[in-house]
Design a protein around this ligand. Structure first.
Ligand code: ZN
Ligand code: ZN
Ligand code: ZN
Length: 399
């Protein structure tokens, strides 16, 4: 996951240094797609007419690259279809399911090519030899793919784009695939007829690899595999940078169509108000969204302490029960002032109580501490009470 600079808002995968770079990147990518469409068509047609299994296999390879390009393009254009009532997390998982299907299809195609090639190799009698037109088509494919590599790498270097550089090297590996086909067809024509089918098998293995990669990654996403260790530790240290965060636990991550989602519990000072705790959690959310391009959804839960191994929260009384028990208790004490409000702090599986009392409600000023001490002593006797027994400390705040 790339941490973008916080000063500069991110506006998409390709656009970091201006529209010129974006345009050039789109143009060279589009040229690659168009050339590959032409090539795939030519390879299929000439491959079938010219009896070359290797050329047909290379056509499938070209086609599979096209499909994975389309998937990447759709993933980049993620904002296109927003979440709706039926799909509250958006629609990118449709893409993921489609990717699994494409991966399976490519696997099937690869197996099919290998089987046809083996069949031809084992056929009794003379092996069919590809025609000269197949050889020419293979040569054109090598030239076209090498040219794509050269042009793409120039643009990649000019704008220092790692995405385009990866694309360029893919064109080069495709050129290699076509070289294998060229050698296979050439060898067949030159007198070793089996070479065309052997080349087809090698190319089929390349197709199988693409299919496996697409299918595996998409399946990982569908079963909600988390981000990798390195990315998670980057996220964690970013969260800890936010002012007011004292700790974090239960961070969970998952992927969705090239994007990432995270939810986590942060620990904040148990004495801060709900609104301050919420403010800190919003700071965390915005900080993560601003600094991690891939993230599109952050859910922050606020905790006053690390509660991940706590189970008996059910036993703690709610406000209603606590207030009732405390008021009853107050009434039994001599000279008890009226309590305006109780603050409850649920910490360490117990409740800390603050009783807010108006100074004017006290009969004599001297009772200020006397009453508090009396209250504490009397509460110590309530250790067996199902409600008051869970009060760990009590304080009286005068105002
Ligand atoms: Zn390829
Ligand atoms: Zn909120
Ligand atoms: Zn928690």
């Amino acid at each position: 996951m790339n941490r973008g600079s916080s000063e500069q808002p991110s506006t998409g995968a390709l656009d970091h240094s201006g529209p010129r770079r974006y345009k050039a990147s789109i143009r060279i990518t589009l040229i690659g797609v168009l050339v590959n469409i032409g090539l795939a068509t030519a390879q299929f047609v000439v491959g079938i007419i010219g009896h070359s299994q290797a050329l047909v296999a290379d056509g499938v390879h070209t086609l599979s690259d096209l499909i994975s390009d389309v998937i990447v393009f759709l993933a980049i254009r993620q904002g296109s279809k927003e979440a709706d009532r039926e799909h509250p997390y958006g629609h990118s998982r449709f893409e993921t399911v489609a990717t699994v299907a494409v991966g399976v299809l490519l696997g099937v195609a690869a197996v099919g090519i290998v089987m046809r090639a083996i069949e031809r190799l084992l056929e009794p009698g003379e092996i069919i030899v590809p025609t000269l037109s197949a050889l020419i088509a293979a040569a054109v494919a090598v030239g076209a793919k090498e040219a794509l590599y050269r042009f793409t790498i120039i643009v990649a270097d000019r704008f220092d784009s790692s995405l385009l550089r990866a694309n360029a090297w893919h064109h080069r590996s495709d050129a290699l695939s076509s070289v294998i086909v060229l050698v296979g067809i050439g060898g067949s024509i030159a007198g070793i007829p089996a070479l065309d089918s052997v080349a087809a098998i090698i190319v089929a293995m390349m197709i199988g690899r693409i299919g496996w990669r697409l299918g595996w990654e998409a399946t990982q996403e569908l079963v909600d595999t988390g981000l990798d260790e390195h990315q998670i530790s980057e996220l964690k240290s970013a969260v800890m940078e936010v002012e007011g965060v004292e700790g974090l636990h239960m961070m969970r991550t998952r992927r969705m169509g090239g994007r990432a989602l995270v939810d986590l519990h942060i620990e904040v000072d148990g004495e801060v108000s709900i609104s301050e705790g919420h403010h800190i959690s919003e700071k965390v959310r915005c900080f993560l969204l601003d600094n991690f391009e891939e993230l599109t959804d952050v859910m922050v839960h606020i905790d006053p302490e690390d509660d991940q191994f706590e189970e008996d929260i059910e036993k703690l009384p709610n406000r209603h029960n606590l207030e009732e028990a405390l008021k009853e208790h107050f009434e039994r004490l001599p000279h008890a002032p009226a309590v305006e409000h109780f603050n409850f702090h649920y910490l360490n599986r117990q409740v800390q109580v603050e009783a807010v009392v108006s100074l004017s409600a006290l009969p004599h000023e001297g009772d200020l501490f006397g009453f508090r001490d009396l209250l504490r002593r009397s509460l110590a006797d309530c250790a067996d009470d199902p409600v008051l027994g869970l009060v760990s400390s009590i304080d009286v705040l005068y105002h």
